[in-house]
Each structure stands twice: as C-alpha cells, then as structure tokens.
Design a protein around this ligand. Sequence first.
Ligand code: OMP
Length: 350
Amino acid sequence: MNEEVTKPGYREALRRSYREAGNNICLGLDPQWRKLPGEYRKVLSIRPEHHEIVSLPDCTAVQDFLEASLQSLQSEGLCPAAFKPNQGYFLALDRPLLALEEDRQLQDRAFGGSRLLAWLHRYLSRNFPGVPIILDFKKGDIARSSSNYAEEGFALWGSDAVTVSPYMGSDSVSPFGEELGRHLGENRPVRSLSCALPCGSGGVYSLLRTSNPGGCDLQDLPIRGGSGSLESGGDRQDLCLYQKLAQTLLRWRDEQKLPGLGAVVGATSLTELYQLAQFFREEEFPLLIPGVGKQGGSFRDVQQKLREAGYPPELARINLSGGLLQSWPDGQEAPADWEQHICRKMKELL
Ligand SMILES: O=C(O)c1cc(=O)[nH]c(=O)n1[C@@H]1O[C@H](COP(=O)(O)O)[C@@H](O)[C@H]1O
C-alpha cells in the first residue's frame, strides 16, 4: 500500500461508524412507490397544457414514509452503519418536462424525486451524523465525463461514497478519487462526514462480482493474461474476469490515488464472496455486499463467510434495501404496524 492509501479517509469513516453503530448493516433506501403503506401511496393528477391528465406519485408522501421509517428506527435506538440510496428510485419520480410548463404548480412537480434525494441526504447528515451515505449510481465514462459524475456524487449530492462501473478502465474510475468541488465555492454542500473526509478521499465502490443472476454471464468468463488465480499456486488459465478485476482494482487503488476504492460483491454467490474476502482481507479493501433477502442471500451466511475468510467486519457493509424498509410481500398491503415491522426486521439481524 502506498502512502496515499494509508491516510485516514473513507476506511477510517467505515471503522468509526461500525464502532458507533455496533453492526455492519447498510440500509438501502430504494423507495418502491407501489409498495408504500396505503396512507403514503398518494397519486397526483395534473394536466399540462395541451395534454391529457397525467398521474404521478406524490413525492411528499414518499418523503413522509421515509422520515417515519427512519424516525421509528431511531426511537428504538437502531442505527445502521451506512445508508445506500439508489439514485434510480428517486430520479424515476422526476417528470423533467414539467419544468417547461407555464404553470408554477406544474413546474414544482418536475423534480420531485431529485428534491426527495436532496432532502434525504440532508436528513441523514443531520440525524445520523457520521454514518456514511453511499450514493448508488454505478457511473463510469471517459475521464472528462466521469469527472462530472464524480462532482455530482461527492460535491453536488454530498455523498460520502459512490458506486461505479469499472469496465471503461482506469481512466474512467480515477476521476472519482480526485479533488472535487473546488470551484463550487460556498454552494458546496456539507458532506455528512463533514469533518472526516478530505477532498478526493471519499469511498468508491467498483462493481466486481454482482448479485444478479446474470452476474456470471460476463464476470465469470475465463480470460488469459492473468498473473495466477486468486488462490496462491493457481493456474494462469484459471483466472476469470472478476478475479482479474480484483487484482486490477488493488493496482488502481495504488496507482490512481484512490484510497477509498472498494468493491461490490454480491451476497448470492458465497464461494466467490469467500474467495474475494480472503483476497482482500490484508489489503483492508472495503466491500459492499448487496443481495440479501429477496435476491436469495442470507445476512448470517455472509457474516459467517467473512469470518471464515478472516475479513475485517468493520470494512464490510451488508446491504438490505427491500428486506428492511419494505419487507412485506409484493402485491400485499403493508402490515398495520409497519413501523414496528421494520424495527423487528432490523433487530433480527443484530
Ligand atoms: O451496486 C449495488 O448496490 C448493487 C449491486 C449488485 O450486485 N446487486 C444489487 O442488488 N445492487 C443494489 O443493491 C440493492 C439491493 O436491493 P434489495 O435486493 O432490495 O436488498 C439495489 O439498490 C440494487 O440496485
């Protein structure tokens, strides 16, 4: 590890939030509008000029649901060790073309989802200080374009970490480690870990071995040109794409000055998770582990695999989105005591 990588930064923030929360749970914030409890599932009917009436979800009600959920966790003394809003669930609530309408009320509806995500960042920073916010947006592009995404994630939303896609290579990921927000001056939002992270040292989770059924389609492809399999003494031919990428990520971290670089490894493939956790354990390389619950992964099995691999639990964040905030079955109403239900689900993990 080079000097840049050993500086306190995102990994220190992970350690601290683990100590304070007493767990390594990442609460995924993916509000599924259709699964909200009835009283929050409100629809607005609006009529843009020269158009039929259109219906759209009421973002204020989604905000009320999120606030009530987070408040009930807090009132029971429950705190996760990270939050992960997935940007797509918020931007899907925007209706950008309404911004062009004459009517002020319609204009106000244009960016309801973005506004909700901004509110959420501020709410979490104020009410759960020190708990990292990981903005899940899986970006990655030519360097110039990636700089915009880096600026968006860290400086504009004020997230502490982001998810990125590595497949355009080192120059597409390196802008996420650069100093950002220089020219935003006073408009730069206060990050939730305000005092903790110097510029350019936020978390950057690269997709590595994903949790979805199609994750194996490309990521497991055998490739040539590796420097041995992840296990020592392995055959060069045995290396597959995600294993090569695991080696590459360590190199990028050091060469590209990305001290907060980590990886996304799904909870649904325990063999791969074990192998990667073993590979990364000495390197103190943060892992974000989604796929628990509906996707088939088990929180306890993941913890067990991390223990067996000797991976430091404080650097892992095991994500549950639908499995915590909206864990009732699809197509069924939320239980009447849904706030308590959410708290019970979280307590089951502790
Ligand atoms: O990058 C991610 O967060 C991610 C990677 C991955 O391999 N699998 C995965 O499910 N995710 C995200 O993690 C969340 C999982 O949601 P739940 O299955 O409801 O817990 C969603 O926001 C996914 O987009």
